[in-house]
Write a protein that binds this ligand. Structure first.
Ligand code: G3P
Ligand code: CA
Length: 306
């Protein structure tokens, strides 16, 4: 049986609320976080292609909406960290009243303007000329080789601008026929409201509710998990939240939720583990999580190898 077949069967089970994923060793699932972003500039086609070469089951895309309503793959709300927008559009930044910093929000630029930006040089000059991909371009590049794991970023920013991000996204899923293949698509967000909207718009698409350290106490209780199960099919806690709570994975599974912690990487601070592969193995085998987000797909312990 092929690995691709196994993970699609597992995801098909998740769609109907069956939670056998954690008990099936073959189901351990690798999500390439922003592509193979330890080795190539995040959210570029180069990073997605490398993730596929390294055996990703899913490739993650963080999504933003341009001024002309196009979904693009970008982690931050703004463009200055990962592109040369300051150089090309020096007068188009806006002052952030909270931080006092100037930002170049993606929502203030058209797709044509964003396509002029270099999204690779900041990472390494050898990636000069990489562009910010659209969501549709990412879907095309991933093709049938893996699944898609998009995150709707900053829905509140778009709400304030009267842009219905859930609707923009669900329209694209329908247009691209992504709901036709069980397990092809899992959507995620830190924003519970947008997941509630997607539960109505895309009822057959699994939904992972991301939880950061500041939100753990609010959501990671028996009653909080029950509430989550009303609008999501899984949780995506920071890995720290799981490490502190040995009972959490069992409790989430008992509530019918999958567990997918973030982010396993060689680019972060040192951990207590020998390396990132040993860290992922601990979460998968000892804590029993279903899947992991990692910047290092090539280090994923596919068969439990350390
Ligand atoms: O989506 C999982 C993980 O990517 C959440 O953190 O900031 O990398 O999007 P972030
Ligand atoms: Ca993300």
């Amino acid at each position: 049986m092929s690995r691709l077949f196994l993970f699609r069967v597992t995801l098909a089970c998740m769609v109907v609320g069956f939670t056998a994923a954690a008990q099936t060793p073959a189901s351990r699932t690798l999500i390439a976080h922003r592509g193979a972003s330890a080795y190539a500039p995040e959210h570029t086609l180069a990073s997605y292609r490398l993730a596929l070469q390294q055996g990703a089951d899913y490739v993650e895309q963080d999504l933003a909406v341009t001024r002309d309503g196009v979904l693009i793959c970008l982690h931050d709300e703004s463009l200055e960290r990962t592109t040369n927008v300051e150089e090309l559009f020096p007068d188009r930044g806006t002052l952030d009243g909270v931080t006092g910093r100037t930002r170049w929000l993606a929502a203030d630029f058209t797709l044509a303007e964003i396509k002029r930006l270099d999204a690779g040089s900041w990472f390494d000059p050898k990636f000069a000329g990489e562009r910010v991909p659209t969501w549709e371009e990412a879907v095309q590049v991933v093709g049938d080789a893996a699944g898609l794991y998009p995150e709707l970023k900053a829905p509140a920013l778009y709400r304030a601008r009267r842009v219905d991000m859930a609707r923009v996204f669900s329209d694209s899923v329908t247009r691209l026929r992504l709901e036709r293949t069980p397990g092809k698509l899992i959507v995620q967000s830190f924003d519970d409201q947008v997941l509630r909207e997607l539960a109505a718009l895309l009822p057959h698409t699994p939904r992972t509710f991301l939880i950061d350290n500041s939100e753990g106490a609010r959501w990671l209780t028996a009653s909080g998990l029950k509430t989550i199960a009303g609008f999501a099919t899984g949780i995506g806690p920071s890995k720290l939240l799981i490490d502190q709570r040995a009972d959490l994975v069992r409790l989430a599974h008992a509530t019918g939720l999958t567990v997918t912690p973030y982010t396993f990487t060689t680019r972060g601070p040192a951990t207590r583990f020998a390396d990132v592969r040993a860290e992922m193995e601990y979460y998968l085998a000892t804590l029993g999580v279903d899947a992991v987000f990692t910047d290092n797909p090539d280090r994923f312990p596919r068969d439990g190898a350390r």
